[in-house]
Design a protein around this ligand. Structure first.
Ligand code: NDP
Length: 395
């Protein structure tokens, strides 16, 4: 029987465990490891019939990870801890020749900057170990990359522009909270924006570029241009691309709170001295904010994430919109997590499933758009993330 090792027992980890149990014929025995044992046990107790094995691990420590992978005989490692742990977990997978998957690209804890460089650099080591590494198998990155590959395969000869559009219209009733890890979320949102045009990255001030987009099943929402990691790989892999941008919706209240926190220095990642103790402001803020996992039962409304691609097919201009809508309450009903964790955890499970089934197969380190999108798109429809395609008018 196969063994699947899941590292990270947060909001996304919970969804991955539930979904792997729903697909037990593929995933076999499940081992859940994280920093806090009680969090693993709580998830395991939601699925008593699955006999999930739980344990603790410090995923910043490669040696500990190697021992864990060897002792449980993992056939795959699904990394849903934090982006800070990507490299140590990848290195443990190389040492033990175990396939690897994650949902977010590496970030150094002391530098608010994320890029694929250090993960791509491990391509040769993955090749030498004869294993596959799948990077960014969440929703964005993840499904958005697959949507782009699907558009390229079936709808275009050449794609010229892509806008990735991410809307979370969920309401949790708090004045301010983040839907996933506050540290990661606030670092991403408060950073400068960036988009890619005609071969160069163009930097913008945080929240400088705004548009209103009418999201199906949600309605018109203010959407702000941000830098987002999937663009780094998509500019390499989508033929003829001239521009790619990423937009995310934010409500007035969220932005006002964030601006204020930023102005008073609460988003800082450098330690400050407080009454003889060193504290990192954004880490302290995380302690004050509601745990994203606790938002599940109180969040209502929908998410809508998709891509708009414009280009040419058979000499004619064309524009299509591929999107997926999830309902926070329905997600919670199924797996006890709100839609942001759900839409990340389901694609993580699907990516791992396709790897274990050999449907996505390779040796080295890969991004999602490098594989055949059709099998992934089919899985989305049956695993809880059905999608839609609309043909839009070309202006
Ligand atoms: P959480 O903070 O809820 O969970 C992270 C888990 O990792 C926690 O259980 C935490 O343990 C554990 N962890 C952190 N550090 C270590 C360590 N050193 N050793 C062992 N375990 C550790 O985050 P989420 O579940 O919301 O997010 C998980 C991942 O998914 C993140 O990488 C995030 O960036 C990514 N993500 C990707 C998205 C996408 O669409 N691609 C969207 C949303 C998230 P403890 O509880 O003890 O702190």
């Amino acid at each position: 029987m196969r063994t699947t090792l899941i590292i990270g027992a947060g909001g996304v980890g919970r969804v991955v465990v539930h979904k792997c149990v729903q697909n037990a014929d593929v995933f076999g025995k499940i081992v859940l490891a994280s920093r806090t044992q009680s969090k693993c046990d709580e998830i395991a107790s939601e699925l008593p019939e699955a006999h999930i094995q739980t344990t603790t691990v410090d995923a910043d420590n490669t040696q500990e990870l190697i021992q864990l992978i060897q002792s449980c005989g993992a056939d795959i490692v699904i990394n849903v801890a934090l982006p800070y742990q990507d490299l140590t977990i990848m290195d443990a997978c190389i040492a033990t020749k175990t396939p690897y998957l994650d949902t977010a690209n590496y970030e150094h804890p002391d530098e608010a900057k994320f890029e694929y460089k250090l993960q791509w650099q491990r391509d040769d080591a993955f090749k030498e170990a004869g294993i596959m590494g799948l990077l960014g198998s969440g929703f964005d990155p993840g499904v958005t990359n697959v949507f782009c590959a699907y558009a390229q395969k079936h709808y275009f000869d050449e794609i010229h522009t892509i806008d990735i559009l991410d809307c979370n219209a969920g309401d949790h009733g708090y004045a301010f909270a983040t839907n996933f890890n506050p540290e990661i979320n606030l670092r991403e949102v408060s950073a400068n924006g960036r988009y890619w045009e005609n071969g160069a990255w163009i930097e913008t001030k945080p929240m400088e570029i705004k548009m209103v987009w009418d999201y199906p099943e949600v309605g018109p929402k203010d959407s702000y241009l941000l830098y987002h990691e999937e663009m780094e790989s998509l500019v390499k892999h989508i033929k003829g691309l001239k521009r790619i941008r990423f937009f995310m919706t934010f409500g007035e209240s969220y932005l006002t709170h964030m601006k204020c926190l930023q102005n008073v220095g609460m988003l800082g990642i450098e330690p400050v001295e407080h009454k003889g103790q060193k504290i990192v402001p954004i880490e302290f803020l995380k302690t004050l904010l509601p745990d994203p996992a606790s938002l599940g039962p109180r969040t209502k409304g929908k998410t809508n994430i998709g891509i708009v691609a414009e280009g040419v097919k058979d000499g004619k201009k064309r524009k299509i919109y591929i999107y997926q809508v999830s309902d926070h309450e329905k997600c919670y009903e199924e797996v006890k997590s709100q839609a942001v964790s759900y839409t990340t955890g389901v694609p993580a499970m699907i990516g791992a499933k396709l790897m274990l089934e050999g449907k996505w197969n390779g040796v080295g380190v890969f991004n999602m758009e490098e594989f055949d999108p059709d099998v992934f798109m089919d899985e989305l429809n049956v695993q809880g993330l059905p999608w839609h395609i609309n043909e839009l008018e070309v202006e």
